[in-house]
Design a protein around this ligand. Structure first.
Ligand code: ATP
Ligand code: MG
Length: 338
């Protein structure tokens, strides 16, 4: 990867809060225009990393470069490249939306002659034009989040860093934020943290999963599925005897595992799950085999695509298993939260 192609470069980042180690030596890079999802359980170190990236907090050690500028040595220059929406973004309740953005434009040292245009553009992109005169303290959560995003994009920075931009939003507002992020695609690099994993999957090019201050998985959602999901699950709707089905399917492949609760619907069909080897598609063979079993009817067969949530659970569990054998994650200091 060309150096000039990296907008963010993090090397061996460490952050200790007193005796608590929040970030434990992480390294990654973000390319120009790339949208990266930053995932991890509560207390994993996401917000801490974001605060260091945006120059709001010093690292204990390690190097962060923003568009080739080392943040530790040149925090002001690096900050100019970034629009940041912090976790639980505090906004001045008494100001009107446009007043707030005017104040922020001034603070960000956007040249006076450009300010008006930039504010209008940010209001437009965040669908805030009609709310621009409203007092922030009286806005709903979704509107406040949009004000936070409008602030982040105001100076048209190269990089946007958003810490849980969709937290607490209803599905309509989540779709709006997703569309907004999509409309910014290509104009800037983005790092977005979220616990709403379908959101991340729809929005991001690449995902970084951290746990206990370390990167435990990194890649596109599809590559992570390959790395972390060790079975392929098929879902079928069948009518017939489950025990004889199990015996019969073993003739096709004796490693297939079949589960189902046997609860039939009004038409006598019940759902079963067939677990097979990972990274293989046996749908056709299984379907053919099922349809040839006497006294068995098949109404549907689908290969289940593992969700990012399943990948997340597998990746974080694997890291707990390898790093903390015999330790209950809930009791470990690994995910401690003060
Ligand atoms: N200001 C602070 N002082 C002391 N410890 C802190 C401070 N901020 C965070 N921590 C600790 O650092 C660790 C990482 O916290 P951080 O807020 O970065 O996690 P996170 O991944 O953003 O979690 P969440 O999903 O809950 O937002 C946690 O153990 C947390 O308790
Ligand atoms: Mg956080």
């Amino acid at each position: 990867m060309e150096n000039s192609n990296k907008t963010i470069e993090v090397t061996d980042l460490v952050k200790n809060y007193g005796r608590t180690s929040a970030v434990n030596g992480i390294s990654f890079a973000v390319r120009k225009g790339e949208i990266v999802g930053f995932l991890g359980p509560n207390g994993a170190g996401k917000s801490t990393t974001m605060r260091i990236l945006t120059g709001f907090m010093h690292a204990t050690s390690g190097i962060v470069k923003i568009c080739d500028i080392p943040v530790a040595a040149h925090p002001v220059a690096a900050k100019r490249k970034i629009g940041y929406m912090p976790e639980n973004n505090p906004l001045p309740e008494e100001l009107r939306v446009r007043e707030y953005l005017k104040w922020r434009a001034k603070l960000k040292e956007i040249p006076f002659r450009k300010r008006r245009k930039r504010i209008e553009k940010a209001l437009e992109l965040c669908d805030l034009k009609r709310a621009s005169h409203r007092i922030i303290g009286r806005l709903s959560k979704g509107y406040r989040q949009r004000v936070g995003i409008a602030d982040a994009i105001l100076s048209q920075p190269d990089i946007i860093i958003m810490d849980e931009p969709t937290i607490g939003l209803d599905p309509h507002q989540i779709v709006m934020i997703r569309d907004l992020i999509a409309s910014l695609r290509g104009r800037m690099s983005m790092i977005i943290s979220s616990h709403i994993l379908p959101e991340i999957e729809m929005t991001c090019d690449r995902v970084i999963i951290i746990n206990g201050g370390r990167i435990v998985a990194e890649g596109t959602p599809d590559s992570l599925r390959k790395d972390f999901i060790d079975t392929t699950v098929y879902q079928a709707e069948i009518q017939g005897d489950l025990t004889s089905l199990k015996e019969n399917l073993a003739k096709l492949d004796d490693s297939l595992e079949i589960t189902g609760n046997g609860n039939a619907d009004t038409e006598g069909f019940s759902e079963i799950q067939i677990k097979g080897a990972a990274n293989q598609n046996q749908s056709e063979n299984i379907l053919q085999h099922l349809t040839n079993i006497p006294n068995l009817r098949v109404r549907a067969l689908n290969k289940h695509k593992p969700t990012l949530e399943e990948v997340f659970l597998a990746a974080t569990k694997r890291s707990w298993d390898t790093l903390l054998p015999d330790t209950d994650p809930d009791e470990s200091t690994f995910i401690n939260q003060s």
